[in-house]
Design a binder for this molecule. Sequence first.
Ligand code: FMN
Length: 327
Amino acid sequence: MANLKTKYMGIELESPVIAASSGLTASVDKVKEFEQAGAGAVVLKSLFEEQILYDSNKMTEDYNSEVHADALDFFNGMSSSFFLDEYLTLVENCKKAVNIPVIASVNCVSDGAWLKYAKRFENVGADALELNAFTMPVNKKMSSEDYEKTYYRLAEGIKKAVNIPVALKLSPHFTSLARVLENFADIGIEGLVLFNRFYRPDIDIKKVKMSHAPILSAAEEMSLTLQWIALLSGEIECDFAATTGVHDSEGVIKQLLAGAKAVQICSAVYKNGSSVFAKMNNEIADWMREKGFFSIADFNGKLCQEESENPEVYERTQYMKAAVGIS
Ligand SMILES: Cc1cc2nc3c(=O)[nH]c(=O)nc-3n(C[C@H](O)[C@H](O)[C@H](O)COP(=O)(O)O)c2cc1C
């Protein structure tokens, strides 16, 4: 088989195809299964910032402070929550069980108190930390800059807190995406995971009730990520990982050509099981052999905008052609 080795955030991967964070990556058994199936790395299910802080806050709230005021300090200091301890055990056990990199994940909105505990992910052996960071920009009093600053504070805070590589898993909802991503790179963030796919509300008109859109993605959803990775991977000094809508080896190859260093898959694993990793790896290797590429580096980023002979195709021209062509 062709050599699929690559590097993401300085970490060696046997394959660029990574198991994305989800309910499927919440147990040691599954992580072992994904390694055996050929996953290059695994991003564990996210721990919520609120979970990290939950227990100590809850205990503090529940406690009758007038009667037991002196005990409050104890609970406040005991912030290593049950959730956090359980998660750290998962990281530690996964590290013992597999050789592939294990990336811990935190779903967070702020540079708040949870950062105090971030080092613990590193201490139990996590190879990297991925922050799934999103604040819904619904506050009319906040400008785009105000929102961006909350992300920068988070990025600066986490870089101070840990020495392992950090990736930010982000939404496309920034006014000037290129500038914001460059600022993250300047802060020292090693990885940018584009783009997170959120729970999407929908409306059931028969029942006249709120519902939700499909939980799993469709392959057509990949194009937004592909476009932005192609636009920015050659411009910004940071490793890009693709997520959303990659359902087959063709999708992985496109993202690698666009400049992604790694490609995360989730819905494809829910739909097809862990064998999808081996299938993708085999098909990528076949394609590489057919095209005469010996390593991922031989073609990685070959079609990013910076390398492209027609850089404009990533911006406006295609829209103009399509708009003019459709009557
Ligand atoms: C059931 C489910 C649970 C998920 N849980 C998480 C999570 O805990 N943290 C996270 O960062 N992303 C989570 N995701 C998002 C996936 O990691 C991934 O980014 C998203 O599904 C888009 O990729 P896909 O098109 O390959 O599914 C979840 C997705 C699904 C479907």
